[in-house]
Write a protein that binds this ligand. Structure first.
Ligand SMILES: [Zn+2]
Length: 449
C-alpha cells in the first residue's frame, strides 16, 4: 500500500511538473511578445524592455546582479555594446487613390535603411522589371530619379540587398524603389541609412508602368551608436567551478516598422523560453560543472551580440566544455536540426543515442556548420558548439507580423528541455570518465516529466 501511494504521488508530481513546464514556457513567450516589448527591437527601446523580463526571471530564481561578474557565485550581469541602427519610427502609405490608406505590416513595409521622405506621385511613369538579367544589366545611371518596380521573386533577398546597396554606393538616387508580390511581408531591419526609400508591397501585382496615385511618408531616426546589451548568468558548479557549459539564445527581434510590430514568438521567444526553463531547473539542481546562460541581443542585425560576447567573454573561453545555441524552438513534430553536428561526430552520437533511447524526437538531422545564428562567432573561437532548432510544419511564421504567441504551438518544448538535460548530464559524466571510450556512451537520464 505504501509503495502504491508513493507511485501515485510520483505520477501526480510528474504530471504537475509537465504542465508547469509548458505553461511556464507559454507565459515567457507571452510576455516577450507582448506589444509593450515593441517587437524586442530598438524602436522605443524594445530590447531593454525584453531584457527586463529576463532579469525578472533571474531574480525569481535567486540570482544576484553583480557587475563584477565572477565564476564563483550564482549571479548575472548586463554586457552593454553599441550598434548602429536606423529606426523606422512612423510610416504612411496611400496607394491607388488618396483615400486608400494601406495597413502597415500587412499591406506594406519599408526597408529598414529608408530615410525620411514625403513622396507624392500622380500619374507617374515607372520602370518595371520582370526579368532578373534586365534589372541587373540595366544602365544604373538611368535609374536616377526614377520609380523602379520589380517582383520579389526575380531576385533573392540577398540579391535585392546587394542591388540596392550598389545603387546607394554609386550615389544613384532613384525617386523610389518598389518591390512587389510578397505573400507576407518580412521586415528587413537595417544598421545603415540609405539615401532613397524602398517600399515592399504585398498582394496583387501591378502590371502597368503607371502609378495613378501614391503618397509615402517615412520618419526614421539613425543612431550611429545605440547601446544594447547581452545578459550573462551563472550557476557555479558543485565540483568544477572554473569549467562550464553555456546555453544561449537571442532575445532580440526585428522590433517595429512604423506601428507594425514583429512579435517574434518563434524567433526567438521560443528559444529564450527553453533557456529560462533550463535556468529554473539548474537553479534547483546545480551541476558538478558551472552552467552559464547567455541571452544575446543584436542577432537579427548580424549576430552583433554573440560577436561581442565571443570577443569579450567574461571568462576564458578555453574553460567552456560545450555551448548550445537555441534559436526557433516552437515546433518539433518533424524533429530537430543540429547545426555543426557533423563537425563533432562524437558529441552528435551522444545526442542521437539519448534520443534513440528516450524517443523524444522522430528525427534528428545532423548538419554542417552554418553561420546563421549566435553559435557561429563562438565556433570561430574554437568553442565546441551546436545550434539546435526544431522542425515542423505546424508553424512556419518567420519575421512577419503574424509570428505571435497565439499561433506558436510549442509542440515539443518539454521533450527538448528533457533531451538537453540528459545531454548535459551525459557530457559531464563522460568528462569525468574521459579515459573511457567516448563511443561507449553511458546515457544518463533525468527524472522525466
Ligand atoms: Zn533567430
Amino acid at each position: 500500500m505504501k509503495k502504491f501511494s508513493f507511485l501515485i504521488i510520483t505520477i501526480i508530481c510528474s504530471v504537475l511538473a509537465y504542465c508547469q513546464s509548458y505553461s511556464y514556457a507559454r507565459e515567457i513567450v507571452r510576455q516577450l511578445t507582448d506589444s509593450s516589448t515593441c517587437g524586442r527591437g530598438y524602436v522605443k527601446q524594445g530590447d531593454k524592455k525584453a531584457a527586463a523580463i529576463i532579469e525578472k526571471e533571474l531574480y525569481n530564481n535567486s540570482f544576484r546582479k553583480n557587475d563584477n561578474f565572477t565564476i564563483s557565485n550564482k549571479q548575472f550581469t548586463y554586457q552593454p555594446f553599441n550598434i548602429s541602427i536606423n529606426n523606422i519610427d512612423s510610416i504612411f502609405l496611400a496607394f491607388g487613390h488618396k483615400d486608400s490608406v494601406k495597413r502597415e505590416g500587412y499591406d506594406y513595409i519599408v526597408y529598414g535603411f529608408s530615410p525620411n521622405c514625403d513622396i507624392e506621385l500622380k500619374n507617374e511613369k515607372c520602370l518595371i522589371f520582370n526579368n532578373k538579367d534586365k534589372l541587373l544589366n540595366y544602365n544604373k545611371q538611368k535609374l536616377e530619379n526614377k520609380v523602379i518596380i520589380f517582383n520579389q521573386n526575380i531576385l533573392s533577398y540577398r540579391e535585392i540587398s546587394l542591388f540596392l546597396r550598389e545603387l546607394d554606393k554609386l550615389l544613384i538616387l532613384p525617386k523610389l524603389v518598389i518591390i512587389q508580390g510578397y505573400e507576407k511581408l518580412q521586415y528587413p531591419i537595417s544598421t545603415s541609412l540609405f539615401s532613397f526609400p524602398t517600399l515592399c508591397l504585398s498582394g496583387e501585382i501591378m502590371k502597368t508602368n503607371k502609378i495613378n496615385y501614391l503618397h509615402l511618408k517615412v520618419f526614421s531616426t539613425y543612431y550611429k551608436k545605440y547601446e544594447t546589451q547581452n545578459i550573462w548568468a551563472i550557476i557555479p558548479g558543485t565540483e568544477y567551478k572554473d569549467s562550464c557549459f553555456i546555453i544561449m539564445s537571442h532575445y532580440d527581434h526585428l522590433g517595429m516598422c512604423g506601428s507594425a510590430i514583429f512579435p517574434g514568438a518563434s524567433d526567438n521567444a521560443s528559444g529564450v523560453a527553453v533557456t529560462l526553463d533550463l535556468v529554473r531547473y539548474y537553479a534547483n539542481n546545480p551541476q558538478k560543472y558551472s552552467m552559464v546562460f547567455l541571452f544575446c541581443s543584436g542577432e537579427e542585425i548580424g549576430l552583433f551580440g554573440s560577436k561581442f560576447a565571443s570577443e569579450n567573454p567574461l571568462f576564458d573561453l578555453n574553460k567552456v566544455k560545450f555551448l548550445l545555441n537555441l534559436d526557433m524552438c516552437g515546433t518539433g513534430s518533424d524533429g530537430i536540426s543540429v547545426v555543426n553536428g557533423k563537425n563533432i561526430p562524437d558529441k552528435s552520437k551522444i545526442l542521437t543515442d539519448i534520443n534513440d533511447s528516450v524517443q523524444a524526437f522522430t528525427n534528428i538531422r545532423i548538419k554542417d556548420n552554418a553561420c546563421n545564428s549566435d553559435h557561429c562567432p563562438f565556433i570561430e573561437k574554437n568553442v565546441p558548439a551546436f545550434f539546435i532548432y526544431t522542425e515542423g510544419k505546424e508553424d512556419l511564421e518567420y519575421h512577419t507580423v503574424y509570428d505571435k504567441e497565439e499561433v506558436l504551438p510549442l509542440t515539443k518544448h518539454i521533450d527538448l528541455c528533457n533531451l538537453i538535460k540528459d545531454y548535459f548530464k551525459t557530457l559531464q559524466f563522460n568528462l569525468k570518465n574521459s579515459t573511457s571510450n567516448p563511443t561507449d556512451t553511458i546515457i544518463l537520464k533525468n527524472i522525466r516529466y
